[in-house]
Design a protein around this ligand. Structure first.
Ligand SMILES: [Zn+2]
Length: 240
């Protein structure tokens, strides 16, 4: 194998490694799954707090309406009791009983209302806090997704650029050598070439290369790594 051929093969291999590197980077991009999960959890937390506040408000509204009705009834009963002269003793007794019982009910309504009004500001604050946490997470996701789109576009542009360069290098390589390289590359998805590193090992799989094979390399024969089968190259040619 001539030095020139090796040099082109090396250039092609470097290009393929870059292409593979981009592919791996693109595959490793997090589309925001972690934030999406956080949003789901925070939505539940906010729902819980908001629903507590809603229930409290609904109960306050209910108590107000009930209180209004009872007050009207008491007023009516008192009017019947004191302003009308033609009420029997039995009716008077019933009216007084009703008034007492309704006033007692008003008392319990007031107690419950006070308790709810006391709790309400805390519930409002926590619902607001949890909602703002949720909104922040949603903003984080939007920001992350925008960054992902930019990164994906950049990777795609670089990928296309490298892929375009490939034929101009490949055309310089003898057909049989190119086919051999491609066959090996297909198995590994990255490159079909490996460099003999300073420890006399394969740069791609780390396999130690026996001395007798190293001798063949000196004689410019095409040698493949016994472990990963990539074409072995001894020196990195000056590839400008
Ligand atoms: Zn190897």
């Amino acid at each position: 194998m001539s030095f020139e051929q090796l040099s082109f093969l090396y250039q092609l291999s470097q290009l393929d490694l870059e292409i593979d590197n981009i592919r791996k980077k693109a595959a490793a991009i997090d589309p925001g799954n972690k934030i999406v999960q956080q949003i789901r959890e925070q939505q539940l937390v906010w729902n819980k707090h908001q629903s507590l506040l809603d229930t409290t408000n609904a109960r306050i509204y209910e108590l107000e309406a009930e209180s209004e009705k009872i007050n009207a009834r008491i007023k009516q009963d008192k009017q019947s009791l004191y302003q009308s002269g033609n009420v029997s003793a039995k009716e008077s007794e019933n009216l007084e009983k009703n008034i007492t019982s309704n006033e007692h009910r008003l008392g319990t309504i007031d107690d419950e209302m006070l308790e709810l009004l006391d709790k309400k500001p805390t519930l409002e604050t926590s619902a607001k806090t949890e909602k703002s946490k949720l909104e922040n997470l949603k903003a984080d996701l939007a920001k992350h997704q925008k960054e992902v789109r930019i990164l994906q576009d950049t990777l795609k542009t670089n990928f296309d650029k490298l892929l375009q360069q490939r034929p101009s290098i490949a055309k310089n390589i003898e057909t049989h050598l190119y086919k051999q390289y491609e066959n090996i590359k297909r198995k590994h998805h990255d490159t079909g070439l490996a460099i003999l590193n300073s420890d006399k090992g394969c740069s791609m799989c780390g396999m130690h290369i026996p001395e007798k094979i190293l001798d063949s390399l000196d004689n410019n024969c095409i040698i493949q790594c016994e472990s990963c089968s990539r074409i072995l190259m001894k020196l990195i040619p000056n590839s400008n």
